[in-house]
Design a protein around this ligand. Structure first.
Ligand code: ADP
Ligand code: ZN
Ligand code: ZN
Length: 731
């Protein structure tokens, strides 16, 4: 029988593909190496060898691997094993998981990039010739090189430097050489003295450093969690190990990086979506070679190789951005725990508002629970006050009390943050004469259409679900009236109202409309500085950039969040409120938080105000348990969309039948649906879903394993776009 290589390819088929080894192969074990193979009519593909074996005698003609791209495996050991686990857990093709885990250039077959520092120095001949050289740029450069080698960057700063270097090189007088990255320590700044709570937390982490442990660092905003991470990382570095720090998309600010860099005394690598592909590949290579000792990165950094692992930190572990919402729907926090276990290193999960999942794990004794109850240093907790706006006159949704408080804070030379989680000018455009309102032509919810948001000061309509845009009509399309009125207030309208009320005050609006890119937000906030002024923004402002001058946080328009159908809505709202409130009074000035609502007596607000986040969590967990929701049950969601709703539903019905017929599917599994998606029509597609739940995680996965081959093979599956989401966060 012929030996074959089993290749994981990034195609949506849940299997490996057999190919003959390349004719000229060296015979070295190819598992974990990338290969180029012919695939279908679409030409060559890049895959990873997942296994070797013998050809199935029934298999007909087999094609051969065109080229082996790696001598030694690119993926191996713990990382390859963990990714195999992830493919099983997400029920996704291994090839797609591996493609998700690799930065673009590596996924496309490029070699592992060079991570060395290149520099120029004089050759011996150059040193000898220097004295007799005539003037000019080469002579000038040779003089500088005589004093010591110059890095590529420094050379680029010198006018005509590159040309001069090449001229010297041609004559054999200078050469370009690679230096291995230096492990020389850089001077590190010392931090504040830890307080007793921080000390105890650090001690617990260090005591756990010799194996896997999950530790929940549960500390109020500003309690000094980052200081705890820094001490644990310093210990990890001192033991010659690598540390990986995962942060939310919005949390990886230049401020954060500067703080890590200043304190740790080693280069700190950053990995985030703003980096160019080549740069991401270089960070990957530096981690794989053990050159990167500390990496601070967003979600996808959880896939970095760690040959000398010592510690994994997940900061703001409750943050929604750790869950990937398309493609391979992994949760970076959960996968970090899987890797920590496989690597036998501690994983520290930090948050001021831990997810109910993590709180439950801590309560059940699976995680060590470390508490920081006080703000660090001299900062005081912010004072929260509720403003009851029932029957009050509102201007762009702002009450007179709130406007007065803003005026006072500005007069005291403080900064004010006005938080409203809705961007645009107004959420609805209404005809005052006939009741018509502007709806997106391509989207709708179950009961009614979805309103288009008014933008550009009232001139443009935009759908926040599909991006559709149109001009605001001059007259009502139904009755011809000119009485079209924007209803409600988004950040744009609030900004306008504040400008009119405080004409001499600096006002900066931060939302996805004003600030597409994260670095743009950073730049704007840095320019804004600590001087008095008003920030208006959405949840983009709930974290990230430290706002030291902030003394007043005004939260408006949270009421719709109090009545959402999503069972996670109360948790998300509680986290958002605590995080936004926590932005106030970080520095020496005391902070005040005003919460404007029509429902001052709502139990969620009452509980949060009286007892803080933990009182909320203590009340919410039993509700989740009684309702059979996570973290007391495990869920999976099968989603389908098609031009006709019948097709999506037919596919989901076939899937439901396959699941019910699965031998493992006993009473422990509940299958609900097909149901319309929360947004049943989006961008012209009809969407439906099937929700699976079980108190027993293994039973859920066994049923999926048994049913998925039939689901993939069903004729209905070819007429829809479908996906499976394990542990879905948006139901
Ligand atoms: P968190 O990550 O919990 O929000 P940080 O670690 O960012 O908190 O700390 C908040 C502020 O308090 C920072 O300015 C930090 O320098 C300061 N800080 C932290 N620990 C101490 C301490 N033990 N003594 C004095 N200041 C501290
Ligand atoms: Zn009308
Ligand atoms: Zn739309």
């Amino acid at each position: 029988m012929r030996p074959v290589w089993r290749i994981a390819l990034p195609v949506p088929l849940p299997k490996l593909f057999d190919y003959l080894p390349p004719a000229d192969d060296t015979g070295e074990d190819p598992v974990g190496c990338r290969v180029r193979v012919p695939f279908g009519r679409s030409g060559d593909r890049i895959g990873v060898v997942a296994a070797t074996g013998l050809a199935d005698p029934a298999a007909g003609e087999l094609k051969a691997v065109v080229a082996r791209l790696d001598e030694a495996p690119l993926l191996h050991g713990e990382l390859l094993d963990s990714l195999r686990w992830l493919a099983r857990y997400t029920h996704a093709p291994l090839g797609e998981v591996l493609a998700t885990a690799l930065p673009g250039p590596l996924r496309h077959g490029e070699p592992l990039p060079d991570t060395r520092d290149w520099c120029w120095r004089l050759t011996e001949a150059g040193a000898t010739a220097l004295a007799g050289m005539r003037g000019g740029r080469p002579r000038e450069l040779a003089g500088r090189l005589a004093a010591g080698p110059l890095g590529e960057e420094a050379l680029a700063q010198i006018e005509g430097g590159r040309a001069a270097a090449r001229s010297l090189e041609k004559r054999g007088l200078a050469e370009r050489v690679a230096l291995p990255p230096s492990r020389e320590p850089i001077a590190a700044a010392t931090g504040p003295m830890l307080n007793d709570e921080q000390r105890a937390a650090v001690d617990t982490v260090l005591a756990a450093r010799d194996g896997f442990a999950a530790l929940l660092l549960d500390g109020v905003t500003g309690s000094g969690k980052t200081e705890v991470y820094l001490h644990a990382i310093a210990d990890c570095l001192a033991r010659g190990r690598q540390a990986l720090v995962l942060v939310p998309e919005i949390g990886l600010t230049p401020q954060t990086l500067a703080r890590f860099r200043a304190r740790l005394g080693v280069p700190v690598h950053a990995l985030h979506s703003g980096l160019a592909d080549g740069e991401r590949a270089r960070v990957w290579a530096a981690a794989a070679r053990g050159e990167a000792r500390v990496v601070v990165g967003t979600r996808s950094a959880v896939f970095l190789p760690l040959p000398e692992p010592g510690l994994i930190v997940v900061d703001e572990e409750h943050d929604g951005s750790f869950k990937q919402l398309d493609g391979i729907r992994y949760h970076a926090r959960d996968f970090a725990l899987v890797r920590g276990k496989a690597l036998a290193v501690p994983v520290v999960l930090g948050s001021a508002t831990p997810s109910l999942e993590s709180l439950r794990n801590a309560g059940a004794g699976r995680y060590a629970h470390l508490r920081l109850n006080r703000r660090a240093g001299d900062a005081k907790p912010p004072q929260v006050r509720v403003i009851d706006v029932r029957k009050r006159p509102l201007e762009a949704g702002l009450s007179p009390e709130l406007l007065d408080a803003i005026g006072r804070a500005l007069a005291d030379r403080g900064q004010v943050l006005v938080f409203k989680n809705r961007r645009g000018y107004a959420p609805v455009l209404l005809c005052h004469d006939c009741g018509w309102s502007a709806q997106c032509p391509r989207c709708s919810t179950e009961l009614h259409g979805t309103p288009m948001t008014v933008h550009a000061g009232g001139r443009r309509l935009q759908c926040h679900h599909c991006g559709a845009r149109q001009r605001v009509p001059d007259a009502c399309p139904d009755c011809g009236s000119l009485a079209l009125q924007p209803q409600g207030a988004g950040t744009e309208r609030i900004e306008d109202a504040l400008k009119a009320r405080f004409p001499d005050t600096r006002i900066l609006r931060i939302d996805r409309g004003s600030t597409q890119r994260r670095d743009a937000m950073e730049r704007l906030l840095a320019e804004f500085g600590d001087e008095p002024g008003i920030l208006v923004g959405t949840q983009m402002l709930a974290k990230g950039h430290d706002l030291a001058g902030l003394t007043l946080v005004a939260v408006v328009g949270i009421d719709e969040g109090l009545f959402s159908a999503d069972f996670r809505a109360p948790e998300k709202l509680a986290q958002l409120l605590i995080q936004v409130a926590g932005r106030a009074g970080r520095a020496l000035k005391p902070g005040e938080v005003l919460l404007q609502t029509h429902h001052p007596g709502h139990p969620l607000l009452a509980t949060l105000l009286a007892g803080g986040y933990h009182a909320f969590a203590d009340a919410e967990l039993p509700l989740r348990e009684a309702a059979g929701f996570p973290p007391f049950a495990h869920m999976a969601m099968l989603r389908a969309e098609a031009r006709q709703v019948e097709m999506a539903e037919a596919f989901l019905r076939a899937a439901r039948d396959a699941l019910r017929a699965a031998p493992a599917a006993d009473a422990a599994i509940e299958v609900n649906g097909p149901l319309p998606a929360p947004m049943p029509r989006r961008a012209g597609y009809q969407r439906a879903q099937l929700l699976l739940g079980s108190p027993d995680r293994r039973a859920l996965h066994a049923a999926l394993d048994a049913a998925l081959p039939a689901i993939h093979a069903s004729p209905e599956s070819r007429r829809v776009r479908w996906s499976l989401d394990i542990d879905p966060v948006d139901l």
